[in-house]
Design a protein around this ligand. Structure first.
Ligand SMILES: Nc1ncnc2c1ncn2[C@@H]1O[C@H](COP(=O)(O)OP(=O)(O)OP(=O)(O)O)[C@@H](O)[C@H]1O
Ligand SMILES: [Mg+2]
Length: 148
């Protein structure tokens, strides 16, 4: 299905860019007139995905994080966050709540947060090649206030 609107971004995996990515996606999806809660959910999910690229995919090195955001009919938003970092050995295990490879530093809840704040989460990865996280959420159209 063809997107009604789309944008792409790429930036180095420094932590300062986590806030930039969040704000950029938020500004783009604002055209769908989401509620504050819907926008907050998308921002939080994007933030978790980008943080994973920064801290896990590229670790102490700097690589490029790629984001694409597409808007489809009926308010469906698809955000893809991709890296060319170390990859994930066992995706199913990585997605378990509280599983982390950074014990003592991290809670292991990023994927659980992404899952609960979106309608669909899809993760694909190849060891040594990188990881791709697709987040989908539909912004429901609300009847205008005062019947207008
Ligand atoms: N982009 C990625 N590249 C490589 N490994 C990843 C990537 N994203 C996640 N992982 C692996 O999956 C694990 C689980 O990720 P998740 O975001 O759920 O938890 P976390 O990042 O460890 O902790 P938290 O998100 O709570 O700070 C990570 O510990 C890491 O091993
Ligand atoms: Mg995480």
């Amino acid at each position: 299905m063809k997107a009604l609107n789309e944008m792409e971004l790429s930036f180095p995996s420094c932590s300062a860019n986590e806030g930039f990515a969040r704000a950029a996606v938020s500004a783009f999806v604002a055209q769908l007139d989401p509620t504050v809660d819907e926008l907050c959910d998308i921002k939080t999910a994007v933030s978790e995905a980008v943080t994973n690229c920064i801290v896990h995919a590229y670790r102490s090195t700097i690589g490029i994080v790629y984001i694409s955001c597409r808007i489809f009919e009926n308010g469906r938003i698809v955000v893809k966050v991709r890296d060319k970092g170390c990859g994930i050995e066992d995706i199913e295990q990585a997605m378990q709540p509280m599983f982390t490879t950074a014990e003592g530093e991290r809670a292991g809840l990023g994927f659980a947060v992404m899952e609960s704040f979106t309608d669909r989460l899809h993760v694909s990865s190849r060891l040594g090649k990188g990881t791709s996280v697709i987040l989908e959420k539909t912004i429901r159209r609300r009847p205008a206030e005062n019947g207008q």
